[in-house]
Design a protein around this ligand. Structure first.
Ligand code: CS2
Length: 487
């Protein structure tokens, strides 16, 4: 690796074809605090904000915080928050150094600094990408009030560990000091993410005080939004290639596609960046966009991940290049589109055509094992909701059942590196493959709260168990072939 690091002084030395901030970063103030400073945030929201700042909207710089791991801060602090986004398509790779992240904090090491930043009146917006599992919901979808981190955050509000703890403590301090509350914008892949987060914050605040809960309910805006950009985990080869092109070392560049989309409900009492000038769609109700994306993109992604793992395909592009898997995904889309009651106007057929091209992008090495992670948190909104809808309408669900059976089967195979789930530790994953299909499916579904309370739950479990039986007996390709020839 080059010894000289990317940083403000290095900007002038970069090759001419590398885009970089054209604005003076010293004149930018932080209007946004972001919780969850991972790759997705830096390749998505921070890029839109970079565009806003470049156009002169200098009040919306970002202070990004990782809740636990110091990795991002360690990588970006020496670079004064600068990092590269590499947009890849085919043989082309466009490099852009992003300047909108002004500082990176690690919440677990500096909770006071993060709280102070959130309480600062200049902070008008707090955005989040903390992943599904960090919402800390129980099997009913309510706040998991028995979670040790929630208990700790209620007992010691000044030293929070969770996003809920930071948000509620910062809002409480602002309230006490007469500072208007910031808007909270969840950017995680959850249906009605803003509404869900608002409810969890109210539940959390109620554990501290009823008045605080009422205040958050009435005065804090939590619009929902849909975010989309495929951002695989950065590899050492990416770091080396990008640093070589820059001529200086970037410790944490990101690799992504050209595509990016953000659809946001327009409810920002303290104002917001002029997003629509930079390709963001502002709407009254994000639900149709969100359901379409969660089911057609993320649902297909999860299907590719589990089927890919069973077929020995390491990346999405490899899996999608296999005609059996691609044919299956096309069929899955045909099953899913009719479940999107209000998405007709959004053109779901055109959407899936574009998705097929995105999944086929061989320049992105998006690992199936990465997407397979946390299935217990992802599959309810990606696959299960649509399956229950189809079951209730008496429609066939063979493909959806195969996705769920493939998940249970993949969970039981111990040889997939880096494939984790919050269910780990609840039971021995290896034991799933030794259990009869019905028992394995029941165990996993119950532990994950899948279809809890749904009238079709028994039917769903029987159907997935039967598919798992066939999967074990005949192998994944035989099932794919049968389903692909069905209609
Ligand atoms: C993926 C998403 O890892 C996953 O579960 O399905 O991260 C996906 O790449 C993004 O939602 C795309 O916008």
């Amino acid at each position: 690796m080059n010894i000289v690091r990317l940083g403000p002084e290095a900007l002038a030395t970069l090759p001419a074809d590398v885009l970089r901030p054209t604005y003076d970063r010293r004149g930018v103030t932080a209007g946004i605090v972001h919780l969850g400073a991972g790759a997705f945030h830096r390749a998505h929201q921070a890029v839109f904000i970079d565009d806003c700042i470049a156009a002169g909207d200098a009040g919306w710089g970002i202070v990004a915080a990782s809740l636990r791991s110091p990795d991002t801060g360690d990588a970006l602090k020496p670079q004064r928050g600068l990092y590269t986004v590499a947009e890849r398509d085919g043989a082309n790779e466009m490099l852009r150094v992003v300047g909108s992240v002004l500082d990176v904090l690690t919440a677990s090491q500096a909770p006071d600094a993060l709280l102070a930043r959130m309480v600062d009146p200049r902070t008008r917006l707090v955005t989040l990408t903390i992943t599904e599992k960090a919402y800390l919901r129980d099997a009913n979808g309510d706040l998991d009030t028995a979670h040790p981190d929630i208990l700790s955050d209620v007992a010691t509000p000044g030293r929070p560990r969770t996003a809920h703890g930071f948000l509620v403590e910062a809002l409480a301090r602002r309230w006490k000091s007469g500072i208007a509350p910031f808007t909270v914008l969840s950017c995680d892949n959850l249906p009605a993410n803003g509404r869900v987060l608002h409810r969890l914050l109210i539940e959390f605040a109620r554990l501290r005080s009823v008045d605080l809960a009422d205040y958050i309910e009435k005065d804090v805006a939590c619009p929902s939004c849909m975010v989309d950009r495929i951002v695989p985990a950065t590899t050492d080869a990416d770091r080396a290639r990008i640093s070589a092109r820059l001529g200086v070392a970037d410790a944490w560049p990101l690799v992504t596609e050209l595509f990016r989309q953000w659809v946001i409900e327009d409810h920002f009492p303290l104002g917001r960046p002029d997003w629509e000038r930079f390709g963001v769609t502002m709407v009254d109700d994000v639900a149709p966009y969100e359901t379409m994306k969660l089911r057609l993109l993320n649902g297909a992604h999860s299907a590719i991940a589990y089927l890919g793992l069973l077929c020995g395909k390491a990346t999405v592009a490899d899996a999608f290049a296999d005609p059996s898997i691609q044919g299956f995904i096309q069929g899955l889309w045909t099953d899913l589109v009719p479940t999107l009651e209000s998405a007709d106007a959004l053109g779901p057929e055109d959407y899936t055509r574009k998705l097929a091209a995105r999944f086929a992008n061989t320049a992105l090495k998006h690992r199936t094992a990465q997407i397979a992670n946390d299935g217990s948190q992802k599959l309810p909104q990606r696959i299960v909701a649509a399956t229950l809808q189809r079951l209730a309408a008496g429609k066939v669900c063979g493909r959806l059942a195969l996705v769920l059976a493939a998940w249970v089967e993949a969970l039981g195979s111990s040889d997939v590196e880096g494939f984790t789930d919050p269910l780990d530790g609840r039971f021995r994953r290896e034991s799933l493959s030794e259990m009869p299909p019905q028992a394995a499916v029941e165990l996993v579904f119950d532990a994950a709260g899948i279809a809890r309370g749904a009238a079709e739950k028994g039917h769903l479990i029987d159907m997935v168990a039967c598919t798992l039986q066939q999967l074990r007996a005949e192998g994944v390709y035989a099932l794919l072939l049968r389903l692909n020839n069905e209609d």
